[in-house]
Ligand binder design. Sequence first.
Ligand code: DLZ
Length: 208
Amino acid sequence: MASTTIKGPGEARTYDGAPLRIGIVHARWNTQIISSLLDGTLRSLRAAGVRDENITIQTVPGSYELPYAVQRMYQASQTQHAASSSGPLASAASDLLGSASDLTSLPKEQAQQQSKSKGSNEPFDAIIAIGALIKGSTMHFEYISDSVSHALMRVQMETGCAVVFGLLTLLTEEQGLERAGVDGKGHNHGEDWGAAAVELGVKRRGWA
Ligand code: DLZ
């Protein structure tokens, strides 16, 4: 049956994510939506060959904290890389980069394995910022949506790390559940974000 919409990311060739190091920072507000988006993101990263030990997941309270966390995570990965694997700077950076997500669907043993095993210590090729802002009755939503969107763009332009925009700006909870593919309704946008991170990560290496 013909598609009823022309919207969507279009066909892309597949990219090999095996060499890449990818960061994910997600807000904890609106957990049900975030959890599903995170699952979708991880699914597509793994499908592209990104190794679990090269995926670092950090959480922040809400979407407002995303730009700062992305910037600090990237800088910590640069510090870790510069100091290679020894010295106090590297271990401070590793502390910031080593924790597994509260929401990640990684089984416990795999999460422990991930934090113990030695992944890449290259700076991140891409960082995916995930949040879900839901409009309320005040101007809060407008201010945060606007400032976070601009700040994420600024972080990417200033650091040179590809930042994937995983911020849903929602008028209703239902919109969020649908865009996160909860209960099989709607498309899980996290899958697109994982694919975008791999494509940008691979291209960034080519452009370096
Ligand atoms: C305070 C707040 C509100 C009301 N709504 C959301 C939301 O829908 N999504 C989200 O990610 N975060 C929300 N927050 C939290 C703010 O983003 C932020 O964490 C706090 O204002 C502390 O800086």
